[in-house]
Design a protein around this ligand. Structure first.
Ligand code: BES
Ligand code: MN
Ligand code: MN
Length: 457
């Protein structure tokens, strides 16, 4: 008795409706980091809750101190495994607007892609699962396994309220595997399962020299310039080999294993294409590792933003009063985010010249790296599902991005995440002209439905 063919046929027949549904969700500007968009984040939460309810789920929207959490479940198969499907309906800010070819919240089809903020990260990918569940229930009336769903509006700000929520709803959320589509394929027609994500720690540094901007002729050379001091401080954060020069930073770093290095060396990763897509003159990074290894499995430090002094048109001859930098570090397994926070703070305090006032703040989002067992039954089921849904065997990869809640799923619920990514490396995630391949949207829905069957015993 196989329901899956009916489900897949139903999915194929509803492609146009599904694309319209995705467009509807993408029109909601659910930017979690900006308080003026809080009602939009809530509206996106309501939208997904309603879609789940209409599909036949018991779904609830829970308000939190910031953005809501949507939870649903349909657990009618005692003895069968339970999955918890996770996704996020918040998005990154769309700025700079002028670089978008079509407006970020007016989803537009172009060359087989749908362009909009959140198209791939994560509304489009998240929706593949919701729609697969819907199609399954509409055709088969029931699932082959137990299904729980948890969707949040705070992923892009580090999931501050989801972590305590999971602790508080530990029993309700118990599952064998978490299923997440919030990553990418290796390349077009090279689907991937991600078994490792980096962690993250952030901080902000502000240096103050004179108490206001001063004439650079009358005062320059006689007072400290905080922009110079900040640049010197930042320059000390890497050595000439491209390694992070914060003492102790590499202490607990889990080395790449031989099988991983070999597997990564054989990935069809095209470095020339990578250079073309990013527009860089050359690749950069820590000596002794390949570009792919540095990108996905070695810890890094990046200045995300820097400011100070005059930024307007023309010149302004001043010694600026202040300078600031926003910095994040991406972590790999066994690096403790709190310890790294402490190390960067110590480094900044010790290396900051005594000529300027220092304000140092560690930034809200901190998360541990994750590594999941790539040979579990769940992983095997995920591989079979992708093989059937895409018609292509997936590759196994690690990713440089972070999904803060994944380590909490492991710690509190004790379950591994299956990260099946439907995106592409050139989807312009967090950038202007974010897109999602419409074909992969459909293939993702199909694969998600197949996965339910593959996980059944
Ligand atoms: N979907 C991404 C994570 C991701 C990006 C995974 C690229 C694999 C490849 C997620 O939405 C994200 O952007 N996370 C943030 C978390 C941060 C704001 C705490 C990130 O990685 O910067
Ligand atoms: Mn995401
Ligand atoms: Mn993101």
């Amino acid at each position: 008795m196989s329901n899956i063919n009916n489900v897949l046929e139903y999915i194929d027949q509803h492609q146009t409706d599904y694309l319209e549904a995705l467009k509807e969700l993408l029109r909601i500007p659910s930017v979690s980091t900006k308080s003026e968009h809080a009602p939009d984040v809530r509206a996106a939460g309501e939208w997904v809750k309603n879609r789940l309810t209409n599909a036949g789920f018991e779904a609830t929207l829970y308000d939190t101190a910031k953005h809501p959490i949507v939870m649903g479940q349909k657990c009618e198969k005692p003895g069968q495994p339970t999955v918890l499907i996770y996704g996020h309906y918040d998005v990154q800010p769309p700025e700079p607007f002028e670089l978008w070819e079509t407006p970020p919240f007016e989803p537009t089809e172009r060359d087989g892609n749908l362009y909009a903020r959140g198209a791939t990260d994560d509304k489009g990918q998240m929706l593949t699962h919701i729609l697969a569940l819907e199609a399954y229930l509409k055709t088969a009336g029931e699932f082959p396994i137990n299904v729980k769903v948890i969707l949040e509006g705070e992923e892009e700000i580090g999931s501050p309220n989801l972590i305590p929520f999971i602790e508080a709803h530990k029993d309700e959320l118990a599952a064998d595997y978490v299923i997440i589509s919030d990553t990418a394929q290796l390349a077009e027609n090279v689907p991937a399962i991600t078994y490792g994500l980096k962690g993250i720690v952030g901080c902000e540094i502000r240096l103050t020299g004179p108490k206001r901007d001063l004439h650079s002729g009358s005062f320059g050379g006689a007072v400290p310039n905080p922009v110079h001091e900040l640049c010197a401080l930042i320059a000390k954060m890497h050595d000439e080999k491209g390694r992070v020069a914060i003492p102790g930073f590499y202490d607990n770093v889990l080395d790449l294993e031989a099988w991983e290095r070999e597997m990564f060396a054989n990935l069809p990763f095209d470095e020339q294409e990578f250079i073309r897509y990013t527009g860089v003159k050359k690749v950069y990074g820590e000596a002794g590792y390949t570009t792919w290894e540095r990108k996905t499995a070695r810890p890094t430090l990046e200045v995300n933003g820097i400011g100070g002094g005059y930024q307007g048109e023309g010149g302004k001859t001043i010694v600026p009063s202040t300078a600031f930098a926003k910095i994040t570090m991406r972590l790999v397994p066994n690096q403790d985010p709190h310890r790294i926070e402490h190390l960067i703070e110590t480094f900044v305090r010790e290396n900051c010249p005594d000529t300027v006032y220092l304000e140092f703040e560690v930034g809200g989002h901190s998360a541990e790296a994750v590594l999941v067992d790539s040979s579990s039954d769940g992983m095997k089921a995920a591989r079979r599902a992708i093989k059937k849904g895409f018609g292509i065997e997936p590759v196994l990869i690690r990713e440089g991005g972070s999904i803060p809640i994944v380590s909490t799923f492991k710690k509190i619920l004790g379950c591994d995440s299956l990260l099946l990514g439907w995106g592409l490396p050139d989807d312009n995630v967090h950038s202007p002209n974010e897109k999602f391949s419409i074909r992969d949207f459909y293939r993702g829905i199909r694969t998600s439905a197949i996965l339910l069957d593959e996980l059944a015993q």
